[in-house]
Design a protein around this ligand. Structure first.
Ligand code: ATP
Ligand code: MG
Length: 262
């Protein structure tokens, strides 16, 4: 088993990083060897695992620039079976050199990941809130993509554009086997009519792309849960902060569904 899963949505603040960190930790808790790649200059995945920006000298930027091998920048995390490739603000500058380097520029990350494929069962990539070269590299490197959808206003705005980009990468051969693993409703509040409306829209249009629980076939919906919002400030995934919280249970359910389909 080796699967690279990119978490993508060019809309900001929809739960990409929360999903990447907590899905990675939940897969690791199931004793799968997981590498989380922070592929966003904001470095939120890095800091939410308890690393400070300046703690780590070398990161994904140096790998993309060719000055370090990916194996040289891998960090152990507090979670057994889970490693991290960190990011920092320097990644902002990389996009220019991606544009300059015309041939094969979409496949740089894919080639770097291939070097450590034997060491992991899953690679989870957290991508930035843009449809630029970094996200294209993250999609080109992936077997599949998970799209978090925030259950709020304008939730579906931009989704068509993202799905078009995915389709384009398939058709032009950059990643002909890329699969949309699923759309993941996030920050759902049962008391909120808008949340219900967004979920109703999602299930009306994309039912086959919603994740279902392996036990009872119910939908997997990530609830709005304060523990999920707090855990990054403690430098921990939700599993180590409050394993029984509704947010933690939902991400563990997601991991189980993914393992079943792997
Ligand atoms: N299910 C949830 N319940 C409560 N808060 C959440 C939930 N999911 C995410 N959050 C919070 O919402 C904010 C945005 O989430 P997150 O950083 O995961 O989004 P993102 O898509 O990665 O954002 P960006 O586009 O900036 O990278 C964060 O403060 C996070 O802690
Ligand atoms: Mg993020």
């Amino acid at each position: 088993m080796f699967e690279v899963i990119t978490i993508a949505n060019q809309k900001g603040g929809v739960g990409k990083t929360t999903t990447a960190v907590n899905l990675a930790a939940s897969l690791a808790a199931a004793e799968k060897r997981v590498l989380l790649i922070d592929f966003d200059a904001q470095a939120n995945a890095t800091t939410s695992l308890g690393f400070r920006r300046n703690d780590i000298e070398f990161n994904i930027y140096h790998v993309l620039m060719g000055s370090k091998k990916i194996s040289e920048v891998i960090q152990k995390t507090d979670i057994p079976f889970m490693d991290l490739v960190s990011s920092d603000i320097g990644l902002v500058g990389i996009e220019k050199s991606f544009y300059a380097n015309k041939s094969g520029r979409e496949l740089i990350l894919k080639k770097k990941i291939a070097e450590v494929a034997d060491s992991y069962d899953f690679v989870i990539i957290d991508s930035p809130p843009a449809l630029g070269p970094l996200t294209v590299n993250a999609l080109a490197a992936a077997h599949s993509v998970i799209i978090p959808i925030q259950c709020e206003y304008y939730a579906l705005q931009g989704l068509a554009q993202l799905l078009n980009t995915i389709q384009m990468l398939k058709e032009n051969g950059i990643n002909s086997s890329l699969e949309v693993r699923g759309l993941l409703p996030t920050m759902y509040s049962a008391q909120n009519n808008l949340s219900k409306q967004v979920f109703a829209d999602l299930s009306a249009h994309f039912d086959s792309k919603l994740f279902k629980n392996i036990d009872d076939d119910s939908y997997i919906i990530i609830p709005r849960n304060v523990k999920l919002a707090e855990s990054p400030s403690f430098g921990k995934p939700i599993l180590l902060y409050d394993a029984k919280s509704s947010g933690s249970v939902a991400y563990q359910d997601l991991a189980q569904t993914i393992l079943q389909g792997a």
